[in-house]
Design a protein around this ligand. Sequence first.
Ligand code: TYM
Length: 339
Amino acid sequence: MRIVSGIQPTGNLHLGNYLGAIRNWVRMQDEYSAKGGQCLYFLADLHAISMPHTPSELGAATREMVAALVSCGIDPDKSILFNQAQVPAHAELQWLLNGTARMGWLNRMTQWKDKAGKNREGASVALFTYPVLQAADVLLYQATHVPVGEDQKQHLELARDIAQKFNNDFCAEDAPLFTLPEPIIPPEAARIMSLRDGSAKMSKSDPSDMSRINLTDDADAIMQKVKKAKTDPEPLPATVEGLAGRPEANNLVGIYAAMAGVTPASVLTDFEGKGFGQFKPALGELLVEKLSPMAARYRELRQDRESLDAILAKGAFKARDLAAPTLARTYEALGLVRG
Ligand code: TYM
């Protein structure tokens, strides 16, 4: 088992990141590192420069995201925690895979379409080739499993397509170079939605901070955001089917279920017929109870720049080592002479 996943160090870690991905990172770390499996988790700082960014803020954001991940339970002694910029093999492999990825494949990526919008001519080339770097991130380590939220599924499918085509084009049939990675998406929290709009995903790029719960939010902010969350006037239904056509209610019930570790059906058994005036305070309290220990650890850790840099240096050292064989084999498969 080789588990690999990444997060962009832009903005705060929010509840969507936590429930959709990071919680699974921690679970997989605890389960597989004990059995000799290896987990690599990284800050996708190279991806972060595909959108306009402020250089003087990127370093701080990278360290803060390390502090956030450690606060959520990523243990740098069990997992390899690093940032892409310290492992040049990511950028190198991306270039080598650019010969295999097809324009048509990248043109179909929904993230590219959403982020470039109507201004494709003005979008960066990095935004377009972003999924090739993401493919390199996982193929470099022969990842078998990639824990992510639903929004990354298409990028993972592309990584599989690139791996398959490369293996077909450049490797003997009985000696494929790249492993095809499997996405691991938590069914109960595949897509956490904005608190202001049940049809948009919770995201760090939403201009309204009221749309998301951040790991850094204190208890008052959490209660306030849940209280102000958009809902409808109906009471909660008895069954999950009754949530159809009620995206905001569905989202809040889903968050409650994921946080409490129960099914949405059992949440509805407890809250059937109750209005949001009763449900929201219960949800807010649950969030505060579960998130505040992590938030407290985060506030302490983020001060300690030296330790955070040491974590990244140690992780990068190990990642460079693990990346080297696959990178060398890729150069070789392509016929590139390296002395
Ligand atoms: P990023 O930084 O946008 O998000 C990090 C992880 O959080 C998940 N996520 C969500 N899950 C459920 N509901 C939401 N509202 C929500 N918002 C975010 C994402 O699915 C992701 O798993 N391109 C990636 C980073 C990346 C990567 C990789 C991931 C770079 N290389 C290789 C996996 C493997 C990204 O921007 O994620």
